[in-house]
Design a protein around this ligand. Sequence first.
Ligand SMILES: Cc1cc2nc3c(=O)[nH]c(=O)nc-3n(C[C@H](O)[C@H](O)[C@H](O)COP(=O)(O)OP(=O)(O)OC[C@H]3O[C@@H](n4cnc5c(N)ncnc54)[C@H](O)[C@@H]3O)c2cc1C
Length: 472
Amino acid sequence: MAFPYKKMDEADFDYIRQATSPDRVKVGKEIASEYYHDEMPEYGSFPPELYVEVENKEEISQIMAYCNEKNIPVVVRGAGTGLAGGSSCKYGGIMLSIMRMNHIYPVDHKNQTITAQAGALLLDVQAAAQAEGLFYPPDPGEKTSTIGGNVITNAGGMKAVRYGLTRDFVRCVEAVLPDGSIENFSSNVVKNTTGYDIKDLVIGSEGTLCTVTEVTLKLLPAPKCTCTLVMPFKSLEECADMVPKVLELPFIPTAIEFLERELIDIVERNLKKPFPVKDGEAVLIVMYDASDRRELDGAVEAAAEAALANGAIDCCIANTPERAGSVWGVRGGILEGMKADSVSQEECDVVVPRSCIARYVKEAKGIARSLGLRVEPCGHCGDGNIHTELLRDPGMTDEEWESATGECLRQLYQLSKELGGQLSGEHGIGNGRLEYLKEFVGPRMIRLYQSVKLAFDENLILNPGKIVEFNE
Ligand SMILES: Cc1cc2nc3c(=O)[nH]c(=O)nc-3n(C[C@H](O)[C@H](O)[C@H](O)COP(=O)(O)OP(=O)(O)OC[C@H]3O[C@@H](n4cnc5c(N)ncnc54)[C@H](O)[C@@H]3O)c2cc1C
């Protein structure tokens, strides 16, 4: 079994240099500290023993087979934009960067699909589809994340309300298993009941089961027009109550997001991004896509009427790209704004049934405030995925912050469970939410997770200590 892992020595370094190329390998202090953690250093900072940039699946296969034999842990790294402490070398070993594997193949028009290597950036995949009049809908906030990272974390994003998650667009995954074998999970087909659905099992597995090298993704015809509405309300509760009303209309919204005024002020103040609507303590942002103008106008009119009939102070239509850009610019700047406005942050990414959004938001704020924490619930309320951001103010000691956030998270996850929700809607477990997962899903489910992990990775060398742990 894995523990303790082998400490890498010169012979191991030389083997990786020879399997790849010396100029793509760094060791020890040569490795930049940004690779010690992902976007959440709060979830641990772990120096890799060796960092390597691979160029093809054969190199990965050779590295994995060697590490499997020598008992060296490997962590695959995309763009490092994860928010769960996933792409960090908790037990040392190798950080394997996939960023050089970024080729995007020509769009396959007959199958309406696109194939890309795992290190291609989401924005480049979206642009390649768009250049051919097609549309790759999954839209997580960070467009410089990799497509492989999106698949392996089952990234969600704002447009999940209408189009679904990354999972809903994956036709085929090519991957290297921890023993070095190269496999394809499914192929470019619409249906597949050939054995267990391993493709869907590895999607969202956060780099703990295999290394994704290439993905084939479904595309849609591009929508012809789009419109964003901003509905200001007197309170966040009223704003959250509006969500089911929008969903009851006979038009499917593309995105429904909410922001409190306090959070808008944080982004405006720190990033100098002005928000075009000044009224209201909270705003609901609703976006529609349509294939023609008439359909779009019908949706916009119905949503505006419903908003005004349900307590909205106003309903502003951001019908030019500039106005829509300023609305979405503030929404997209939340994380950066909060980082600039606080000493550190803790993030709770629960998802609750859409019927419970208003109750969750109200009770979550009560919980955080009773523990003396600044709290900013925001985000993807159209799918019930409420990002409950906890912010640390300068006056708090490390001890006060850790004990208050720990207790707050326990209560928020308990609340989500009571409401029929889940612990994470899209950011995953990684290293950051591990201690809460056991209590949330219970011991039987943990044993099931462990069995799945062992079926792929019997020596526990791939991203160990994430999602599942085995007692060392
Ligand atoms: C500003 C901001 C906004 C965000 N908005 C959203 C959002 O709306 N929705 C959402 O879901 N996420 C969001 N995220 C989180 C993040 O962008 C996604 O999780 C993204 O999918 C991570 O991709 P990455 O390439 O950065 O992966 P990394 O951070 O490098 O890795 C994430 C995990 O995947 C594994 N991994 C990466 N590539 C591979 C591979 N090829 N094979 C095997 N394992 C791999 C890593 O080991 C790690 O466990 C946001 C992040 C930021 C900073």
